[in-house]
Design a protein around this ligand. Sequence first.
Ligand SMILES: *[C@@H]1O[C@H](CO)[C@@H](O)[C@H](O)[C@H]1NC(C)=O
Ligand SMILES: *[C@@H]1O[C@H](CO)[C@@H](O)[C@H](O)[C@H]1NC(C)=O
Length: 291
Amino acid sequence: MIDIYPLQRRLEEWKDLVIEETLQYAWDTMQHLLYAVGIYIFLCGLVYIATVYLRNSSDCGQLRSVKRVLFVIAHPDDECMFFGPIIITLAQRHDCQMFLLCLSNGDFRNEGKQRKSELWKSCKILGIPEDNITLCKCSHLPDSPTVEWREDVVANLILNHIESLSIDTVITFDKGGVSRHINHSSIFYAAAYLCMERKLPSYCRAYALESICLVRKYSAILDVPISYLLSSYWYIISLRERDIILSAMEAHASQFIWFRKLYMFFSRYTVMNTLKEIELVDLELDLELDD
Ligand SMILES: *[C@@H]1O[C@H](CO)[C@@H](O)[C@H](O)[C@H]1NC(C)=O
Ligand SMILES: *[C@@H]1O[C@H](CO)[C@@H](O)[C@H](O)[C@H]1NC(C)=O
């Protein structure tokens, strides 16, 4: 008869060893991951502080020769929620004049009047005076979730503004519209239409605010290094300036509910904006890819 007892014991010892090693391995991996995340956050902080500090000493990454800018947005509050950093930055430049065209007064809950006065307040905080704002209440831009705004109608509206105000830089949404809102994309298509039809005056260029994926959108300053690597034009603001955007958003009292508060806290669009020029070549390429 063979004695199986030592064999059994050895097996058990071996099992314990495997479990112990696996746990140790998992723990080590987690530690390494935590270190990596910690280092990344630290680096983001450094990059952020360095660029906020250095941004005024060089024009690197900023639009050149911007004198008269027109922001085209879809609803009152888009200016704070998405365009804050660039508005704040340009407001500090004495050689730059800003105008805002808002294509709807957000009247779908009969809050039109209130939202108008909120827009006035918010823009004042951001640095755009009342006289430089146009708020449309256009009957041909219907308040229907299924109706897309007709691009030629919107395009003509924008073009009229560009010509009557001698605008040299138009800034609006890109195809993704940051939040995939159809009203936002409609404005991009209108601007694209102006480009494609070569209707933009020669002195005017159009830029789109870049949409980014969900994770990046909500990672505030953790997105800063990635934005630097991927974008050609960027505007970044200090935390003190960010408070201005937050108080401008508070002026939109009817809109400032919990999920927008969360948005404002985590959004990368309250710290940094990146822009891309709307160019004919890209648009043509896009069209070909879509076909
Ligand atoms: C508002 O527009 C006027 C011209 O109509 C311009 O002189 C002024 O600089 C603009 N204000 C800002 C803050 O851009
Ligand atoms: C466009 O905006 C209006 C409010 O101005 C809204 O009622 C409508 O649902 C929006 N359309 C789309 C397609 O989202």
